[in-house]
Design a protein around this ligand. Structure first.
Ligand code: MN
Length: 258
């Protein structure tokens, strides 16, 4: 595939697929689409409802249907991974140049990335060999979502040409005005303590029910981590990979099994 031409500081004819996990009505995906529309041909394919925490799940037990909203966004009765999968294999005529996800309401850092539907949507693009970026806001709340979207566009314009092919970036943007979004740093994922226990309650018929509790507190939020950067007001970019092999245990295991 030809790389899109850069003309007058503007990436022309670039095609970007946009998805998220908060659903097609979320302010974050609307802001991102609005910010990217002037620099690219955009197609939005997102879940019909909030699927945060969906991770990389695909719906294998039922068919998916695709509908189109009045603003042109496609929405799917499925997960973020479903959306990108359907977009890449059925909706789009040609591969996009970039897959972006978000902007998520709230952070996706450290161990959160394993559960994140925002990261998963980008991962699906990455697994299809397309450069992919997941965008999240460092804290909850939409008050600076337009600033985050403009900043996301800046990052794409600044770094798209130099991205390794393929690549998967996890970006967390501090929730603050645009003028204060200056520093951008490369980070590694931090770590959290194990999650808080479930929250037990009773349903109206007296039966025990359980709500998944909040994530654990930061365990490794030291210098160089995504947690550390965002806490310092910096935009964090972590390059991710998908191979979960514990390489340093591999030879010991092989020896033990021999
Ligand atoms: Mn979400």
């Amino acid at each position: 595939m030809r790389s899109p031409a850069i003309a007058s500081g503007k990436i022309s004819r670039m095609r970007i697929l946009i998805s998220n996990d908060d659903g097609y009505l979320a302010p974050g995906i609307n802001a991102l689409a609005e910010a990217l529309a002037p620099i690219a041909e955009i197609v939005v394919v997102a879940p019909d409802s909030n699927r945060s925490g969906a991770s990389n799940s695909l719906s294998l037990d039922r068919p998916l249907s695709v509908q189109r909203a009045a603003n042109g966004f496609y929405f799917v009765n499925g997960t973020p991974s479903d959306c990108v999968h359907v977009a890449l294999t059925a909706i789009l005529d040609t591969k996009p140049d970039l897959v972006v996800s978000g902007i998520n309401n709230g952070p996706n850092m450290g161990d959160d990335t394993l559960y994140s539907g925002t990261v998963a949507a980008a991962t699906e693009g990455f697994l299809f060999g397309i450069p992919a970026i997941a965008f999240s806001q460092g804290t909850y709340g939409w008050e600076h979502i337009d600033a985050a979207a403009r900043h996301a566009r800046d990052l794409i314009q600044r770094y798209y040409e130099a991205l390794p092919r393929p690549c998967l970036w996890n970006v967390n943007i501090p929730n603050r005005p645009y003028e204060q979004l200056n520093a951008v740093v490369a980070t590694r994922l931090g770590r959290r303590h194990q999650s808080e226990p479930v929250i037990k309650a009773k349903d109206p018929r007296g039966k025990d029910i359980y709500w998944i509790g909040p994530p654990g507190a930061c365990k490794d939020a030291g210098e160089g981590t995504d947690f550390h950067a965002v806490a310092a007001g910096q935009t964090s970019i972590t390059p991710l990979q998908i191979d979960l092999t514990h390489t340093s245990q591999l030879s010991a295991l092989a020896k033990a099994l021999a």
